[in-house]
Write a protein that binds this ligand. Structure first.
Ligand code: FMN
Length: 326
């Protein structure tokens, strides 16, 4: 029971399933569990307060798995930027050979810094034109994130059913389909649409190994496919967050005429979001979540989840689809 794709070959993993970078969730316990289960676990660089702390987290992850894992480095459009180059140096010094990047065009400087060290770069983006420009710049893998995704779906609003094959028609390097994936049906569909594997975020938050409060995991189970909101559209920095009284209040305030970021700053702050994940008090802030919540009904271990996804996808292809051929 296994799939062999350009992704499993390139990343030297058993299953074509990647755990995307997740602020405050992509820690060693989760990343190592995903890698041990045969996928690619990814630490999130900016979940660590300093580059030195990231070095420690890389060592911790290495002590928890002998399998490949990666690090996500997301370049945000902020005024007071973290020292991205120092984080990239910590990745290089830590000997990590796979990096997922995302964010603004400034990410290109990070690619230049990483590439001479034989690091494979997975670049996550939300538009075919961005995928093609990253491919031209020499990244190794495109992760194409559809409108369904948690986090930043971009401004084009193209769902995966169109975005993935549209990208597959043009992108030549291996490609991961991202946004809205959570089960074997999604994996089989992604492969049928032209991707070489899937990237998941929200689904991995509702696993035993995700180091977030059980109340938040339960919110992912309780919310259905309508359980997310888009916010920050008017700032051209659209974000998809989970439905909660706080995110509803954010939506309400931002719908006011001339609404400004200041009107919601305290509700959406990173500090508040981390407190929510740690305490399980959903009144503290907002949490990232995708439409795939509608397909999340339990909180398995990563091993159980990946085994289930792969065996269900295999059964769909071998039995359901094969059986439909006249
Ligand atoms: N993507 C990033 O590139 N950087 C991040 O820091 C980041 N933080 C996230 C935090 C959470 C809690 C979640 C659920 C997603 C985050 N993402 C981030 C997006 C995921 O890496 C992934 O692209 C997305 O979740 C895929 O969509 P899905 O949630 O439908 O699986």
């Amino acid at each position: 029971m296994a799939f062999r794709t350009r992704i499993t070959d390139l990343l030297e993993i058993e299953h074509p399933i990647v755990q995307g970078g997740m602020q405050n969730v992509g820690l060693a316990g989760l990343a190592s569990a995903v890698s041990n289960a045969g996928g690619l676990g990814i630490l999130t660089a900016l979940a660590q307060p300093t580059p030195a702390a990231l070095r420690d987290e890389i060592e911790l992850c290495r002590s928890m798995t002998a399998k490949p894992f990666g690090v996500n480095l997301t370049v945000f459009p902020t005024i007071n930027s973290p020292d991205y180059k120092a984080y990239a140096q910590a990745i290089i010094d830590g000997g990590v050979k796979i990096v997922e990047t995302a964010g603004t065009p400034a990410v290109r400087e990070i690619w230049e810094q990483l590439r001479p060290h034989g690091i494979k770069i997975l670049h996550k983006c939300t538009a075919v034109r961005h995928a093609l420009s990253a491919e031209r710049a020499g990244v190794d893998v495109i992760s194409i994130d559809g409108f369904e995704c948690a986090g930043h779906p971009g401004e084009d609003d193209i769902p995966g059913l169109i975005l993935i094959p549209a990208a597959a028609d043009k992108v030549k390097i291996p490609m991961l389909a991202s946004g809205g994936f959570g089960d074997g049906r999604g994996l089989a569909a992604a492969l049928a649409l032209g991707a070489d594997g899937i990237n998941m975020g929200t689904r991995f938050c509702a696993t035993q190994e995700a180091k977030i409060h059980p109340n938040v995991k339960q919110a992912y189970v309780d919310n259905d496919e309508r359980g997310s909101f888009l916010i920050f559209r008017q700032f051209r920095n659209t974000a998809r967050v989970g439905k909660s009284p706080v995110s509803e209040e954010v939506v309400r305030r931002l719908a006011e005429p001339d609404a400004k970021f200041e009107d919601v700053r305290e509700l959406v702050s990173g500090v508040a979001g981390k407190e929510l994940l740690d305490t399980g008090d959903l009144s503290k802030g907002v949490f990232w979540a995708g439409m795939v919540q509608g397909l999340i009904h339990d909180i398995p271990t990563c091993e159980e989840l990946l085994t289930r996804i792969v065996s269900d996808a295999e059964a769909i292809i071998r039995q359901r689809l094969q059986g439909m051929l006249a």
